[in-house]
Design a protein around this ligand. Structure first.
Ligand SMILES: [Zn+2]
Length: 294
């Protein structure tokens, strides 16, 4: 294969491939771009343990929307995407769960080993199910490529508990997040789960593959990113600060989509409309800041 197409994300190795070269590899391979999981000093079982610890902390500190209908809708999208994970990135011990955080910010995050949280604001801002699936496919790709622990691997091999605390603290944010991450030797400034452009590029490309295999159009992921980028307001979309645009994000996702044949992709669904109506009938979602203050 064209080595330029590989993402070089091993410990200490910065990415050298540009997205221009990714584009070139398209012509050479006439197939989808190959994604390789970065080097990782942790075991998949450690991903699971770490994610479980961080998720327990997140569930305690953030308001989870306990609405069976909304949760089951998001879970149905999640399961469909999980079923489409390519064989090489399947980890038997990973356990994928999907929950909605009752916060208005457009955000979503997934923890090592499988727990995923989608903010209510994300579902409200989306215009189609395909767009919700796009953000979730991107998040899921960070999990299957094990980016959380790969990032921790780039530094010293830390104690799992410390990494879990740092991740949970960074996600929860604010004063509570500070308390959670305290004593973990990392301040909130440590960018766990804030990935660089190489991991972002990988999650976009792998997310496109998973979407296509699940019957979604990867271009819906790109269009959701556009909605997020155009959304202003207090605090701005947190998702963007956690998932920075590696550059030309919309172009390379569209290019990748052209190589992935999806016949009559799932886009707008009745279940999506019903979920949005249901959310509208509820009292408005608090901001993360308000939620943390409870
Ligand atoms: Zn990302």
């Amino acid at each position: 294969m064209n080595t330029l197409a590989r993402f070089k994300c091993g410990a200490g190795t910065r990415i050298t491939a540009t997205f221009l070269s990714l584009g070139l590899s398209v012509g050479v391979l006439s197939a989808q771009t190959r994604v390789r999981a970065p080097a990782n000093k942790y075991t998949p079982a450690q991903d699971v343990q770490l994610g479980r610890q961080a998720a327990a902390e997140v569930r305690q500190q953030l308001p989870i929307l306990n609405d069976a209908q909304v949760t089951s809708y998001v879970t149905s999208i999640g399961r469909r995407l999980v079923a489409a994970i390519p064989a090489e990135f399947r980890h038997g011990q990973f356990h994928y769960t999907f929950q909605v955080v009752n916060a208005r910010e457009i955000n979503a995050f997934a923890l090592p080993g499988g727990p995923m949280f989608v903010n209510r604001g994300m579902i409200e801002a989306a215009r189609t199910e395909g767009q919700v699936a796009g953000v979730m496919a991107h998040e899921l790709s960070h999990v299957v490529l094990r980016h959380g622990t790969a990032q921790a691997s780039e530094a010293t091999k830390y104690q799992l508990g410390a990494v879990a605390g740092a991740i949970a603290g960074a996600i929860i944010g604010g004063r509570v997040g500070n308390v959670v991450s305290q004593g973990t030797r990392f301040g909130l400034g440590t960018a766990f789960m804030r990935f660089g452009r190489e991991y972002e590029g990988q999650a976009d490309i792998e997310g496109s593959h998973i979407m296509a295999r699940a019957g979604y159009d990867p271009r819906d992921m790109a269009s959701m990113f556009k909605i997020i980028a155009q959304t202003s307001g207090p605090g701005g979309p947190e998702w963007l600060s956690d998932h920075p645009n590696p550059g030309n994000r919309y172009d390379y996702i569209s290019r990748e989509a052209k190589m992935l044949r999806v016949n009559s992709p799932v886009r707008d669904t009745r279940a999506f409309r019903a979920t949005q109506l249901r959310l509208k009938s509820m009292p408005p979602a608090p901001s993360m800041q308000q939620a943390r203050r409870r």
